[in-house]
Design a protein around this ligand. Structure first.
Ligand code: SF4
Ligand code: SF4
Length: 190
């Protein structure tokens, strides 16, 4: 029947309008920015760097291997590894920038990272008052604690934590016999 779609739409609007006086679930809008809807766990937009412990610099999981930089389709990641006194690269980023105005939120950087060092964020209030700052995020903007990762993606983060713990235990078990072998003759392993 002609106009059936319009009548259906009006019926839905009326049901929500009058229903909102009786059921909170019918209130489909919130007064943003004072009120914000909880973000679903699977929501993702741009990457951030995870760090362990309290130090956002020392605790960074990133080892500056540059795999994510190579694999990023629009090439919006820029990494410069730290150098030691002889100019050899250290396993730590000196610079780690992501231009989120170019990032297409594909999550490939997350999938290729062998160290679970980069994950997808849910932060959406990213506008800047200074136009010269742009949307180029630096290491200090990107570094966020593992506790934050657990808060926004609890299921995924608990799996990652379990895998990392297992890897740590395996590494410790591998190192034990080596430590025992270094003990002197007649001395018990440390
Ligand atoms: S985030 Fe991961 S893949 Fe990218 S440089 Fe760091 S360790 Fe390598
Ligand atoms: S989400 Fe995709 S586009 Fe964005 S930085 Fe990662 S690999 Fe690049």
């Amino acid at each position: 029947m002609w106009g059936q779609g319009i009548i259906k739409g009006l019926r839905v609007t009326a049901r929500n309008f009058f229903g909102s006086y009786f059921h909170k679930s019918r209130l489909v809008t919130v007064e943003y920015p004072e009120q914000k809807r909880p973000t679903p766990e699977n929501n993702r937009n741009f990457p951030f760097l995870v760090y362990d412990g309290d130090d956002p610099e020392k605790g960074l999981r990133c080892v500056a291997c540059k795999i994510c930089e190579k694999e990023c389709p629009p090439q919006c990641i820029y990494i410069v590894p730290e150098k030691d006194e002889r100019g050899r690269p250290r396993k730590h980023p000196h610079l780690f920038d992501i231009d989120i105005s170019v990032c297409m939120s594909c999550q490939i950087c997350v999938e290729v990272c062998p160290f679970d060092a980069i994950k997808m964020d849910q932060e959406y209030e990213l506008s800047r008052s200074n136009r010269f700052e742009g949307l180029l995020l630096h290491k200090r903007d990107l570094a966020k604690p593992n506790a934050y990762y657990r808060q926004i993606h609890p299921t995924e983060a608990s799996l990652v934590d379990a895998e990392l713990e297992q890897a740590r235990q395996q590494q410790a078990a591998k190192e034990k016999p080596a430590a025992g072998a270094t003990a002197g003759p007649g001395q018990p392993p440390q």
